[in-house]
Write a protein that binds this ligand. Structure first.
Ligand SMILES: [Mn+2]
Length: 257
């Protein structure tokens, strides 16, 4: 395939393109509508088959895949359970994890086409320190290197190194080990353009430069589904998408009746 730098990379293999692209979305009961709108925004723009599954803590606990107690610095229910993605994908092919506070504006096929089998994972490699010390509804925000890298990750689930991400590891390892991908060497972490994890309140659109136009907005400080963030940047885009989702859902219900 042709990469953005124009070189042809012979070892590139975008997983098994005949199978639906697996997407795991971090689910938090306080943000159900964020999950619904995120899913809707992916599905409506996707030109490839996708399989979207929420990562729900209550289900994982029932299945004995997750047993660690919630720590005071975990701002969502999927702070650690996200690292079960390779396990949930049976350590096969590629799968994506994404937080629920994303709004997709582009075809997910464009993202899948960036996949390169030489990497263990691929993500947007942000370099920033957030200004806020609290996020969303007041949950404490911690500052650490590689902040926000784990919020959207393409996992090469069949990569031998990712076999270490067993439920045992995910339930016992430190936040630093997991969120900084310490089971991988730096050159095993591929880079994705920042527009696929465009941080609201941090990343900026440059009108003259289309490479800065977001393909996925990440409402990392809290999105318009929270009262405190209903006027954040790109709020109207999300609210429009929510309205569309609700209308569709209503129409679906009526045809079922
Ligand atoms: Mn987030």
């Amino acid at each position: 395939m042709s990469l953005s730098n124009g070189k042809v990379h012979p070892t590139t293999n975008n997983g098994d393109v005949d199978k639906p692209f697996k997407i795991f979305v971090g689910y938090d009961p306080r943000e159900d509508i964020a999950f619904q709108v995120c899913r809707h925004s992916i599905l409506k723009r996707s030109s490839i088959p996708v399989e979207i599954r929420p990562i729900k803590l209550s289900d994982l606990r029932k299945e004995s895949l997750y047993w660690r107690e919630r720590g005071q610095f975990e701002s969502t229910e999927f702070s650690f359970s996200r690292f079960l993605t390779p396990h949930l994908a049976n350590y096969e092919g590629w799968a994506m994890f994404v937080d629920c506070d994303f709004l997709y504006l582009a075809d997910i096929k464009e993202l899948r086409d960036l996949i390169d089998d030489k990497y263990g994972i691929m993500c947007v490699q942000h370099d920033y320190t957030p200004k806020e010390t609290t996020k969303m509804d007041g949950a404490v925000q911690t500052v650490y290197p590689r902040k926000n890298w784990s919020s959207m990750v393409l996992y090469n689930c069949g990569h031998p190194k990712n076999k270490i991400l067993t439920p045992q590891t995910v339930n016992t390892q430190t936040g630093a080990y997991l969120h900084r991908f310490q089971w991988l060497e730096d050159d095993e972490i591929g880079s994705i353009p920042f527009v696929w994890n465009f941080l609201e309140g941090h990343n900026k659109v440059v009108e003259a430069d289309p490479t800065t136009f977001p393909k996925a907005i990440h409402y990392t400080r809290g999105g318009p589904w929270f009262e405190a963030w209903k006027n954040c940047e790109f709020a109207q885009l999300w609210l429009n998408e929510m309205q569309e989702y609700l209308n569709l859902n209503e129409a679906k219900k009526q045809t079922e009746d």
